[in-house]
Structures are given as C-alpha cells and as structure tokens.
Design a protein around this ligand. Structure first.
Ligand code: HEC
Length: 120
C-alpha cells in the first residue's frame, strides 16, 4: 500500500512538472526585465540592440519559431547578419534555457513590444 502511494505521488510530481510550463505561459508569467541586464532597445550592451534583433527577424512569429526550434546558433539571424556576435552565443544560450524555453511566444512578443515602446 505504502509503495503504491509513493508511486502515485511520484507520478503526480512528474505530471505536475510536465504541465507547469504551459500553465505559466498562459498566466503570462514572462519577465522581460531580466533581459535588461544585457539588452537595450536602441543600443548595444552585452548583447545586440533589440531594434537590430527585431529588424533581423521581422516579426515576433518568426522569432518565436526560431526559439521553438531550440534557438540553434546556426538559426540565429543576428549572428547570420553579423558574425562578431557568434563568440557570445553561449551566453545567450544560457539565458534561453533559463528564461525563454517554455515561454517562446511571450518572449518573442515581449521583445517586439519593447521595441515598439522604445524601452525594455
Ligand atoms: C547575460 C546577458 C544576456 C541576457 C540576460 C540576455 N541576453 Fe540575449 N543576447 C546576449 C548576447 C551576448 C547575444 C549575442 C549572441 C547571440 O546572438 O546569440 C544575445 C542575442 C539575443 C538575440 C538575438 C539572437 C540572434 O543572434 O539572432 C535575441 C533574440 C535575444 N538575445 C533575446 C533575449 C531575451 C528575450 C532575453 C531575456 C529573456 C535575453 N536575450 C537576455 C546576452 C544576453
């Protein structure tokens, strides 16, 4: 009996973890402020200016698509347009895994919204 309950608890835990990301996404829990440490809309900081990012991707849908495909370095359009960013790709990959994965649509929309607003 005890063993069965433990297995049920473990299964509930795994399932809970599995549905957490979409639930968060629906709640609109994306925090764009965390991107500010390295990005600004109109100028380069640690990473490229977001107006250049927006220009390279053209639309939030296109950026979301690249995020959903795993944000592979070979698919990144800013790097494709300007190879000098490639040496810093690892830094952005870490941020992608930590902040964007599971929130691809909100992250892409937040970036384009920030560009439209003129600030992050
Ligand atoms: C620790 C610094 C850091 C943080 C925080 C950060 N970025 Fe970046 N980002 C970079 C660097 C460096 C690059 C350039 C390398 C690259 O393009 O992959 C970059 C590039 C990008 C690109 C362009 C990728 C390409 O080459 O096409 C996008 C889109 C992006 N960041 C989105 C975000 C979003 C959204 C957040 C917040 C969730 C964020 N970044 C947070 C450092 C950061």
């Amino acid at each position: 009996m005890k063993k069965v309950m433990m297995m049920a608890a473990a299964a509930a835990f795994v399932m809970g973890a599995g549905v957490m990301a979409p639930a968060d996404a629906h709640a609109g829990g994306f925090n764009v402020k965390k991107c500010k440490a390295c990005h600004a809309v109109g100028k380069k900081k640690v990473g490229p200016a977001w107006k250049d990012v927006a220009a390279a991707y053209g639309s939030a849908d296109e950026l979301a698509k690249v995020f959903k495909d795993g944000f592979k370095v070979g698919d990144r359009k800013v790097i494709a347009a300007n190879g000098k960013w490639k040496s810093k790709a690892g830094m952005m990959t870490g941020q992608y895994k930590k902040l964007i994965k599971g929130h691809e649509d909100e992250a892409a929309k937040a970036l384009f919204d920030a560009v439209a607003r003129g600030k992050i």
